[in-house]
Design a protein around this ligand. Structure first.
Ligand code: AAL
Length: 409
């Protein structure tokens, strides 16, 4: 036993020497791995471990099994499901007020033409010329569309072309919508902003702030005059062109505005599109929001999905990057580690905020909303229609506790 403990100490310390050391990394190996851990991972001889077995221990597959599971999709009833010619997408978190669930989402109608038509009024993307609408439900299945919440700003303002991809935060009796904004004209090289509207009641009226609360860094340099977002002399920060999917959480007595950044001259890398997340933090809910010095805080993910769990922040990383389709956890809301790999992460998840998150690592994922795309034969995804749907998360059948229990019999 002593021999393998010494061998393992060296192996584990060697593999962890490039990472920031936690108490666990530096703890004596006896404290890290027990015979039960080896048995759980079916490692018969700890003196002869394959790279995969060492990685299983290092990545905590014996500890994090409660984070593993599978997402499912279920159609909704009522007004927000598929409707030809109507875009409903990017639902917010689902909040419960006086026994009724509320969600907000981007809504638009009319054909999408793409860029370069020569007519600056033509809709370029499903989320262009979009406003924020809302719907309510008694049971989370049957949704009633209630109407418009936030429309465009006045001509010439930062939000005069499109307001979309909203997120909601209920805080101290008020309601805050944060969302993406586009100022006309919408071109490939547009820089976008994040806006905020405030209401005393989830049914509005909503009052928009005069200025955006977050802006793209705009610190890259375009190459040439052509409207091509991939042609750059330098790329700049991870959020040099876009600040997307704003998601506001009240955390540690401050306001954490998580967001997705897109870079000028975005590349396609090993993980697909070059997408990363950042966070901007404020003492007051209306700002100023200061971008964290630790940005980017992920090297993967697409639409934001974050939730409070046991004093830290958990997240689901969806479509892009080498760590796509993982669940991750940051004890401080900034330093995320992979906890599990999942079959699929629903697009633009809106979590339900009145679930008992701390009960289980994936309790917050019990159910929620996301959007889907109906692509018509012979057409591209962006001429299709988006509609809302419901997801659920099924946990693994055999947790470590159950495994230990079965060994007793
Ligand atoms: C989504 C989101 C943002 C983008 C667009 C609409 O996937 O990342 O909201 O701007 O696509």
């Amino acid at each position: 036993m002593k021999t393998f403990i010494t061998f393992l100490s060296i192996a584990v310390l060697a593999t962890s020497c490039n990472n920031s050391k936690t108490t666990e990394d530096t703890a004596p190996i006896e404290a890290q791995y027990t015979e039960a851990d080896y048995d759980f991972l079916a490692i018969g001889n700890p003196e002869k471990m394959s790279a995969a077995s060492k990685r299983a221990l290092r990545n905590n597959y014996h500890k994090n099994e409660e984070w593993f599971g599978k997402f499912n999709d279920h159609p909704l009833k009522g007004d927000v499901g598929y409707e030809k010619g109507v875009i409903r997408r990017d639902p917010t978190m689902v909040i419960k007020v006086d026994g009724l669930y509320y969600t907000w989402y981007s809504k638009s109608t009319g054909a999408t033409y793409g860029f370069g038509t020569g007519d600056p009024d033509k809709k370029v993307f499903p989320w262009d010329k979009t406003e924020i609408w809302y719907a309510t439900s008694k049971d989370g299945w049957d949704w009633k569309e209630e109407g418009l919440a936030v429309t465009f700003g006045p001509k010439g303002a930062y939000d005069d072309r499109s307001v979309f991809t909203p997120e909601i935060l209920a805080h101290q009796g008020k309601y805050y919508l944060v969302y993406q904004c586009i100022k006309a004209p919408y071109v490939n090289r547009s820089f976008n902003t994040v806006g905020m509207s405030v209401a005393d009641n989830p049914r509005g009226p909503w009052k928009r702030l005069e200025a955006p609360i977050l802006e793209a860094a705009q610190d890259g340099e375009w190459l040439g005059e052509e409207d091509n977002r991939f042609a750059v002399k330098s790329q700049g920060s991870f959020d040099s062109q876009k600040v997307h999917d704003p998601t506001l959480l009240y955390y540690r007595d401050q306001f954490y505005l998580y967001y997705k950044g897109e870079r000028m001259g975005e590349r396609n890398t090993a993980g697909g599109r070059e997408i990363r997340w950042g966070v901007a933090i404020a003492d007051n809910i209306e700002g100023p929001y200061i971008k964290s010095e630790y940005n980017p805080i992920t090297h993967s993910g697409h639409e934001l999905c974050v939730w409070p769990y046991k004093g830290g922040i958990a997240m689901a990383s969806s479509a892009d990057g080498p760590e796509r389709q993982t669940l991750q956890y940051a004890p401080d809301g900034i330093n995320f580690e992979i906890m599990s790999y999942v079959n699929w992460v629903p697009t633009a998840m809106g979590l339900v905020t009145d679930l008992d998150n701390d009960k289980h690592p994936t309790e917050a994922l019990s159910w929620g909303l996301h959007h889907k795309t109906k692509v018509y034969p012979g057409e591209t995804w962006w001429t299709g229609d988006n509609y809302l749907s419901r997801f659920s998360f099924s946990r693994n059948r055999n947790t470590k506790a159950e495994f230990a229990e079965s060994k007793k019999e």
